[in-house]
Each structure stands twice: as C-alpha cells, then as structure tokens.
Design a protein around this ligand. Structure first.
Ligand SMILES: Cc1cc2nc3c(=O)[nH]c(=O)nc-3n(C[C@H](O)[C@H](O)[C@H](O)COP(=O)(O)OP(=O)(O)OC[C@H]3O[C@@H](n4cnc5c(N)ncnc54)[C@H](O)[C@@H]3O)c2cc1C
Length: 118
C-alpha cells in the first residue's frame, strides 16, 4: 500500500531536510509501527517546490504576478497571471498564453491542435 508523508515549510525559511525525514519517520514509527518490516521501496524528495512564487501582499498579490506575454515568448505556470493559485494558475495561464498567441497570429489553430495531439 502506498504511503505518502510530507512536510510543508516556508520557502523563505527552509529547514534541514535530514531533520525533516527523521521527523517523518518518527511520525510513522508512532502511527504505523512495523512499517520498516514491510517497506518495499522508499523515495525521499527533499526540497521539492510546491509553488513557483508565493503571491504576497507586498508583491501585489495575484495581480503582481507577471502576465503570460513576455517579449518573444508566451509563458505559463503557477507564478504567472492574475487568476488562480497553484494548478489553477498554471491552467489559467496556459489558456491565456494560447489565446494571446492565437490573437497575435504567432500560432494557428491547426498548429495548436497538432501539438496537442503529439
Ligand atoms: C507535494 C505537492 C502537492 C501539491 N498539491 C497540489 C494540489 O493539491 N492542488 C494544486 O492545485 N496544486 C498542488 N501542487 C502544486 C502544483 O503541483 C503546481 O502548482 C503545478 O504543478 C505547477 O505547474 P507548472 O506547470 O507551473 O510547473 P511544473 O508542474 O513543475 O512543471 C514544470 C515542468 O518543467 C520541467 N522542466 C523543468 N526544468 C526544465 C528544463 N530545463 N527543461 C525542460 N523541462 C524542464 C519539469 O520537469 C516539469 O515537468 C502540489 C505540489 C506538490 C509538490
């Protein structure tokens, strides 16, 4: 049975990944004693990013994030655009980037459909 545990830390104050894994294993020892005997595979991903940019009030909140149109390219991601948070921002930004590319004539529907099918 897959089991997933995580620690979410403030990116401005990263903790010690070795301490985090010890805390997580201690938690499992307390709640699922014997887990080590049935362990098949263990994967630890220290310091993975859950969010590209933290929208802060000082940075203008969601509206302070850059738009999808950057000179020469269109960008999407959870740090882009005024709409949504996390995956919602990525999808909203991707739709907006595609709309802009179509409006600007940088992309045609046929091209977009072909690349989506790939
Ligand atoms: C543990 C965890 C739980 C989460 N839970 C939620 C949730 O419940 N709900 C939610 O909305 N969001 C959640 N998120 C956040 C969500 O996963 C991100 O907001 C979202 O994936 C960001 O999408 P993205 O396209 O901006 O970036 P990513 O999904 O990170 O995609 C970037 C892609 O670019 C690739 N890449 C990076 N560098 C290069 C390079 N140099 N060349 C080529 N490719 C490259 C990467 O391999 C990756 O595939 C979670 C994140 C984590 C880590």
């Amino acid at each position: 049975m897959p089991c997933s545990l995580r620690v979410s830390s403030d990116p401005r104050r990263p903790g010690d990944p070795r301490e985090d894994v010890r805390d997580l294993e201690d938690l499992l020892d307390t709640t699922q004693s014997g887990w080590r005997d049935v362990l098949i595979r263990h994967q630890y991903l220290p310091c993975i990013e859950a969010l590209g940019t933290l929208p802060t009030a000082a940075g203008g909140g969601f509206a302070g994030r850059p738009g999808p149109r950057v000179p020469g390219i269109y960008v999407a991601g959870d740090w882009v655009g005024e709409e949504g948070f996390l995956m919602g921002a990525s999808v909203a930004g991707a739709l907006r980037a595609a709309e802009l590319a179509l409006d600007d004539g940088a992309l045609e529907w046929g091209e977009m459909a072909a690349s989506a099918a790939r």
